[in-house]
Design a protein around this ligand. Structure first.
Ligand SMILES: [Zn+2]
Length: 260
């Protein structure tokens, strides 16, 4: 009962603040309340701490860098402005499923899966927000050629280093709570593996579009006020789908390995 109250209060506060500062749309904030409540009820203080740390870090970094990154994201990415419910779902559902399963089964592998999913979502978000600030153009992870800043599949030293730092902090938090080195290392390893998967899927499979007017490669359906045309990747496979895929892959792989 204690956790239901704590979770509900934390959820309501987060929803109020994120909508007020326009970090989330209202439906996205309501889904966030459900995710926070589940994390707290089934994951206790650890679940709440990891989730809120990840969410708040994403929101703060996003906001702090907004002025410097928004021009890039506005031109390249499909979604700019407050994060919507689909974005929150793509980054929050795998973790929520894991923590509910942990609550039901008490199988520790699901607690690790929950932590991996959140670690990956945080690291991926940090990598793209901070990576965009890199002085040199990012390199396509599979094709090894330089591509435009902000385009999915591009990696930079700055982005990779900052996302690695985020995974170390999550693994440390896990260790502080549970004093289990093996599981903390699994969080570190699978969190990074998920980020790698995100970049590879983003590079090879995510749909890229071309602007007919200026010729730029983008992820937006409209560029220079004209409809863009398909350039590469699987039609309809956008950044949210890629996030969901890599997040599910990372969490799922860690659960399977730990159970096995
Ligand atoms: Zn254009």
């Amino acid at each position: 009962m204690e956790y239901v109250i704590v979770g509900a209060v934390a959820g309501a506060l987060t929803a109020f603040l994120t909508v007020k500062v326009k970090a989330l749309t209202l439906p996205a904030a309501l889904l966030a309340v459900v995710i926070i409540l589940c994390s707290c009820v089934f994951g206790g203080w650890f679940g709440l701490t990891l989730l809120l740390s990840a969410y708040l870090t994403i929101a703060v970094v996003d906001r702090a860098l907004k002025e410097r990154t928004s021009s890039v994201f506005k031109s390249i990415n499909k979604k700019s402005g407050p994060r919507d419910i689909v974005q929150v779902a793509a980054n929050g559902i795998p973790a929520t499923v894991c923590i509910v399963l942990y609550g039901i089964t008490e199988e520790r592998a699901f607690l690790v899966g929950f932590s991996v999913a959140l670690t990956e979502a945080l690291a991926d978000s940090i990598a793209s927000d901070v990576g965009v600030l890199s002085k040199s153009e990012p390199v396509s992870i599979c094709r090894f050629k330089r591509i435009s800043r902000g385009l999915s599949g591009g990696v930079s030293f700055l982005g990779t280093a900052s996302s690695f730092a985020a995974t170390v902090l999550c693994a440390l938090l896990y260790f502080v709570f549970f004093k289990n080195m093996g599981e903390a290392l699994a969080v570190l390893a699978f969190g990074n593996l998920g980020c790698l998967a995100d970049s590879i899927i983003g590079d090879l499979l995510q749909e890229k579009l071309t602007c007919k007017k200026c010729g730029a490669l983008t992820e937006k359906p409209v560029h220079c006020d004209t409809e863009t045309v398909h350039a590469s990747g699987i039609p309809g496979l956008d950044n949210c789908a890629v996030n969901l895929l890599s997040n599910t892959f990372a969490a799922g792989a860690s659960v399977l390995l730990l159970i096995w």
